[in-house]
Design a protein around this ligand. Structure first.
Ligand code: G6P
Length: 370
């Protein structure tokens, strides 16, 4: 096992560091002449034009990739997307049928609820698209269309590189859908694809420049019992994954909240020294999120901010206790780089607490029973 870890103490950190390569391997073969090409996966522009609505169904981290996907698809392809937890979808007689696309996202391709949800969607006449990492798995075999994430085997129970490749595929898919629906021009689509192709470099840079800071900030979290993640828009979708990662491996209670919803209840939890981790990468929402950061600060929160360079520039001194900056990329693509410090923070918090991040208590890598 030591040899398989390639010199790293845990698979989780090894897999975090494999992310640039995982994105490259997943994206590069699906680009032709600067445009997304998903024909080998059974997806053509003609087919995509037919879909009027999309449901994304998954569990855990894969479901969080779907949440980011919803924001991307709705913002550039203007097709309505709902995101469902598979165990909810399958028992509520979901409204899907002919003309609808149901996307199932799964690392293992064997999650019982996700598989059952896919079978139900097919039975109701919907077209299914699986985004799966494990080759030849049940979900991969039974779906109408299939896009493999090419992250390679993921050993750590807490998913990192599979998530980042699920995001990458959601981008490719959204770009292709936007082309099909003619909501973006070919030139704009090419610009987006070229920005996506640069993300491995951006992620590599984020790993190199934020690891030490995250390691330090993690030392500030070990004595806390409970903390909050906040964000708006894409940053909210991303902070859900940050929160899950942290609670999975550190066993610290954590919740992710839409920043604007704080004042409707959750802000009552804030007390002196409680950590609040904010994510702010979307320029149209930065001022709003910063005002929430100021609000929790005045109630005693310890503010940790993961943000874009553009956001950091607008921040007044003393508002955030710790700032972890990620380089500016195309704003739509920021979740791919901004998730990295959230993963590293979770990893070092677990290690500082003496937990084994690869095998968190009570969790399994693949949940094949209900
Ligand atoms: C388990 C794993 C999670 C994973 C979820 C869905 O709970 O511990 O890391 O996100 O299952 O798994 P899947 O294989 O369907 O992506």
């Amino acid at each position: 096992e030591a040899a398989e870890k390639g010199g790293y103490p845990h698979f989780m950190i090894k897999e975090i560091k494999e992310q640039p390569e995982a994105i490259r391997t997943t994206v590069a073969p699906r680009v032709r002449a600067g445009l997304p090409c998903l024909e080998e996966c059974g997806i053509t522009l003609e087919k995509l034009r037919e879909f009027k609505s999309i449901s994304v169904v998954a569990c855990g981290t894969a479901m969080h990739a779907g949440l980011v996907g919803k924001y991307i698809i709705e913002s550039i392809a203007r097709v309505p997307v709902t995101v469902d937890i598979a165990s909810e979808f399958r028992y509520r007689n979901p409204i899907v049928g002919e003309g609808d696309l149901v996307i199932i996202i799964s690392q293992s391709g064997e999650t019982a609820d996700s598989l059952a949800a896919m079978r139900l969607a097919k039975q109701k006449g919907a077209t299914t698209l699986a985004i799966v990492n494990a080759k030849g798995s049940s979900i991969a075999r039974e779906a109408d269309m299939l896009i493999y994430t090419l992250a390679g085997p993921e050993i750590s129970v807490a998913s990192t590189k599979a998530y980042i490749t699920q995001l990458s595929v959601m981008y490719l898919f959204a770009f292709e859908l936007a082309l099909a629906k003619e909501t973006v021009s070919e030139a704009e689509c090419k610009r987006l694809v070229s920005a996506l192709l640069k993300m491995p470099e951006a992620v590599k840079y984020v790993i190199e420049t934020t690891e030490e800071k995250c390691k330090y900030v993690a030392t500030k979290l070990i004595t806390t019992d409970s903390l909050l993640y906040i964000g708006r828009g894409l940053d909210y979708a991303l902070s859900m994954e940050g929160s899950l990662k942290l609670k999975e491996v550190s066993y610290i209670h954590s919740e992710s909240y839409a920043a604007g919803e704080l004042k409707h209840g959750t802000i009552s939890l804030i007390e002196d020294g409680m950590p609040v981790i904010s994510v702010a990468t979307q320029s149209d929402l930065i001022a709003k999120t910063i005002s929430n950061i100021v609000e929790v600060k005045s109630r005693g929160a310890m503010n940790i901010l993961v943000c874009s360079e553009a956001c950091a520039r607008t921040l007044e001194d003393g508002i955030a206790d710790y700032v972890i900056k990620v380089p500016q990329t195309d704003e739509l693509l920021m979740p791919i780089s901004a998730v990295v410090p959230l993963q590293i923070l979770a990893y070092y918090t677990a290690v500082n607490k003496g937990n084994d991040p690869d095998k968190p208590r009570n969790l399994a890598k693949s949940v094949t029973v209900e």
